[in-house]
Write a protein of this length. Structure first.
Length: 364
């Protein structure tokens, strides 16, 4: 049995819960090894039913039977030809479940109503839980770290190739498409989020959507890209200039890089995400541009491109070895543009280990 699964069952026993219903796709994959993703929150490829003791189950339909049996080793695969709830009712009775926990943060309201109706019918207590599996996912083991590092390296390789071909006149949308096509051609499962390419004034939008605007010489161009490889995500942002940057661009770039280095230096086990954010943010605030850095310093990366822990003013929890985060300060100036630099790092006992090796951005 997988170690995380044992820890889940121990946690269920401690909380006097009979069973956990796992519906969040990344949690399902993390615990079972079943790689099929959901098309949407209302179209599931299956759920896990994990008793506090005994054999766990993967409930799915006939479309995924063979893959489920092949991938979800240690789980008994049960099919629901007439939908999840008739099978769930049968199994909860068979397992003599009295208290059923479910992932309330990944449940449609309409589905929760159906579950509540079922619970009333068979007289069981529903217990909403959040973060039980996600808490385990915060700390990456060596295999996970290796997968993340490979995703980072492939992401960098693609960026370097695309960067060599950048030229004024290419549109944001055109470059974004080239990046995502290259990801597929080089073996990535998919982008880990929609690629951002934003030039000039558009770079003042932290989550700009690539459009038909052509890239121009001398302006800052933000490229934010990430991919999924073997289930794990990468996330990287570079700011580049085609041609010679002006003094303002160089000065802001150096300020953002200084903030990033300060954040990386502060990043270590035992320090809270809030403190790391504050250390980097103060660099920009002291330059009088604090109001131009509106988002958090970083976020966790793993099976999701955005997961815990967060590096922001709200996270007072201490970081621990094995956590993987981004460090991505930025400055955004309306009607001019923006600068953002983003690297990924693994938290260690006495500091951090950067996963990125690309230094193209330092050319600015």
């Amino acid at each position: 049995m997988r170690q995380p699964l044992k820890r889940i069952q121990t946690a269920l026993k401690h909380r006097k819960l009979d069973c956990l219903l796992v519906t969040q796709p990344e949690n399902r994959r993390y615990l079972s090894g079943y790689t099929v993703g959901d098309h949407s929150i209302n179209e599931s490829a299956g759920v896990l039913l994990i008793p506090a003791t005994g054999e766990p189950y993967l409930l799915t339909d006939s479309r995924f039977e063979l893959q489920a049996q092949r991938e979800a080793t240690g789980f008994r695969v049960k099919l629901y030809p007439r939908g999840l709830f008739p099978l769930l009712q049968k199994m909860l009775k068979s397992l003599k479940v009295k208290r059923l926990a479910f992932e309330s943060h990944y449940f449609l309201h309409s589905t929760s109503l159906r579950l509540a109706k079922l619970a009333d019918k068979i007289r069981i207590e529903l217990v909403p839980l959040t973060g039980l599996v996600e808490e385990l996912r915060l700390i990456k083991d060596e295999q996970e770290l290796a997968k993340i590092e490979r995703a980072v390296q492939l992401n960098e390789l693609i960026f370097q190739e695309i960067f060599q071909g950048l030229a004024p006149g290419q549109t944001e949308k055109e470059v974004a498409l080239k990046i995502e096509n290259a990801m597929r051609h080089k073996g990535a499962e998919r982008p880990s989020f929609e690629t951002i390419v934003a030039g000039g004034p558009n770079a003042a939008l932290p989550h700009a959507v690539p459009g038909d605007r052509p890239l121009m010489a001398g302006e800052p161009i933000i490229i934010d890209m990430g991919l999924v490889l073997d289930g794990y995500c990468s996330d990287m942002t570079r700011t580049v200039v085609l041609g010679t940057p002006d003094e303002k661009t160089v000065a802001l770039f150096r300020l953002v890089r200084k903030a990033q280095l300060a954040g990386l230096k502060a990043l270590k086990a035992g320090v809270s995400g809030m403190v790391v954010d504050k250390v980097a943010r103060q660099v920009i605030e002291r330059a009088g541009l604090g109001e131009r850095f509106g988002h958090g310093l970083g976020h966790g990366v793993g099976l999701n491109v955005h997961e815990g822990p967060s590096l922001n003013y709200r996270n007072r929890k201490q970081l621990a070895p094995g956590m993987v985060v981004t460090v991505e300060p930025g400055i955004y100036v309306p009607d001019w543009g923006g600068i953002r630099l983003e690297n990924m790092a693994v938290v260690t006992a006495d500091g951090c280990r950067e996963l990125n090796r690309d230094t193209t951005f330092l050319d600015l």
